[in-house]
Write a protein that binds this ligand. Structure first.
Ligand code: NDP
Length: 473
């Protein structure tokens, strides 16, 4: 018997992806550098479907139906290149290598171009949902050629999460498009998590609620427009009591957040593309600040405000509004980055389809994504989600509370960089005039960088050191 698809790299993700394929009736070849993992998989889960274990790369490739479909689920970076180098010589034109790891989209573009020369389709596929998602249905964001999607799409859609019968998997676009979108997904995830963390902090230290009480607040929120996986697990984490100490779990966890890099990539890429993603950047920086124990220790005695003034009743509702409004901004910024990347690399990404495949399977899955899908359906070329009817109305309704929450945070000395930057973005886009005009004046003063005028076309320079007359640059 031949395998319809093969998975090499059988750590948590690869193993669960292989099991998911087998459970859906697809005979799957399995391979891992260290053969013990392959053996363990077949011993433990062999009953779930048809697994074809292979000890060597040659055996693995020989067991695959043609054109061959080979999924690589190894550590991102050099290991992925090593595995590609090992397998590519064994493949034939028309075969497909799918990289399901968290590769940087620039690496995916490089690998795709190199393999295309040899007639091999390279598919960088973002996979979200962690190990549970891989097993029960992830959100899958495959890039690569349209031709490869014809052969791979049905299999991937089969094992992906489903929402209202629609699979959370679609062809994103050529070469690195899939990994790009997965990267931005993770950036949005950072932003979403940061906003939730700030909400918790404000409810705790401005409203004086306990973790258990805040868990209840999140549970209530999860029945409304904020309903999402992240809100749901926030309530779980906050309600948890540490067995060893009897303290709230959240109080025994060291408050230094770690990161693996996709949030940072999202911000680095946004800087290159010139896309303002303050919400994602502040989320990355907030983790970074938390990790600088030395800075924090040295700064502990800096003066803060008198915290006596606690937030009044209704504050939790205000935080809900601030959270919803800031979340709209975070997603608007992320989608702007997707649109900009798509334009830069000629990917022709359907933004609404991305919202559709994020509704299930992935970490940011939420009811909210249906709203984004609808917004792009109503106006596929909208420059920003903020002006969609639903979102504009929600922002208008939330703005007083949003401002109050940011002001309260500032007054009480509670850091809320995510809320604050989201509000500043909203007000910047709304502004009739920005002080960027002054910035241009300064630039022209010290560097003769020239400026444009509101009343005439062209570039101008003022002779600042001379008689301050204006010359056309
Ligand atoms: P790891 O990232 O921990 O990688 C371990 C796997 O990589 C093992 O199978 C290991 O083989 C193999 N490997 C490492 N170096 C090499 C090499 N030089 N040659 C061949 N094989 C090598 O595994 P995960 O399952 O956590 O993740 C796999 C990929 O999926 C990663 O790119 C990750 O970023 C991505 N991902 C992970 C998610 C998660 O929740 N964990 C979610 C979404 C994506 P061996 O057993 O021989 O050591």
């Amino acid at each position: 018997q031949m395998a319809r698809i093969g998975v090499t790299g059988l750590a948590v993700m690869g193993r669960n992806l292989a099991r998911n394929l087998a459970r859906h009736g697809h005979p799957v070849a399995v391979h891992n550098r260290t053969a013990a993992r392959t053996k363990a998989l077949v011993e433990e889960f062999g009953g779930e479907g048809t697994f074809l274990p292979a000890e060597t790369a040659e055996q693995f490739v020989a067991s695959l139906e043609r054109p061959r479909r080979l999924v690589v689920m190894v550590k991102a970076g050099a290991p992925t290149d090593a595995v590609i180098d090992e397998f590519a010589p064994l493949l034939e034109p028309g075969d497909m290598i799918v990289d399901g790891g968290n590769a940087h989209f620039a690496d995916t573009r490089r690998r795709e171009a190199a393999l295309r020369e040899r007639g091999i389709h390279f598919v960088g596929a973002g996979i979200s949902g962690g190990e549970e998602g891989a097993l029960h249905g992830p959100s899958i964001m495959p890039g690569g050629s349209a031709e490869s999607y014809e052969a791979l799409g049905p299999l991937l859609e089969d094992i992906a999460a489903k929402v209202d019968g629609t699979p959370c998997c679609t062809h994103v676009g050529p070469d690195g498009a899939g990994h790009f979108v997965k990267m931005v997904h993770n950036g949005i995830e950072y932003s979403d998590m940061q906003l939730i963390a700030e909400s918790y902090d404000l409810l705790r230290h401005a409203a004086g609620l306990s973790p258990a009480e805040i868990a209840e607040v999140f549970r209530t929120w999860n029945t409304g427009r904020l309903e999402s996986y992240l809100i749901e697990i926030t309530a779980e984490v906050l309600a948890h009591t540490d067995a060893a100490t009897g303290e709230p779990f959240v109080d025994v966890v060291l408050d230094q957040a770690e990161q693996k890099g996709t949030g940072r990539w999202t911000v680095q890429t946004a800087l290159d593309l010139g896309v303002p993603v303050g919400g994602i950047a502040e989320a990355v920086f907030a983790r970074s600040v938390s990790g600088h124990a030395d800075l924090r220790e040295a700064s502990r005695n800096l003066p803060g405000p008198d915290r006596a003034a606690a937030a009044g009743p209704g504050f939790a509702d205000a935080v809900e509004k601030a959270l919803y409004a800031s979340k709209i901004v975070a997603y608007a910024q992320g989608f702007h980055e997707i649109q900009a990347g798509s334009a830069e690399y000629g990917w022709n990404i359907d933004a609404g389809a991305m919202a559709t495949i994020w509704r299930g399977g992935c970490i940011i899955r939420a009811r909210f994504l249906d709203r984004i899908r609808a917004a792009y359906e109503a106006d596929p070329s909208t420059p920003t989600l903020l002006t969609d009817d639903h979102f504009a109305e929600a922002l208008g309704d939330a703005q007083d509370a949003w401002r109050e929450v940011v002001a309260t945070a500032a007054r009480l000395g509670i850091p809320a960089p995510g809320f604050a930057t989201a509000l500043a973005y909203y007000d910047s886009l709304r502004a009739d005039r920005l002080p960027a005009a002054l910035t241009q004046g300064q630039r022209d003063f010290f560097g003769a960088h020239t400026y444009r005028r509101v009343d005439r076309d062209g570039s101008f320079h003022t002779l600042w050191g001379g008689d301050r007359t204006e010359v056309t640059a």
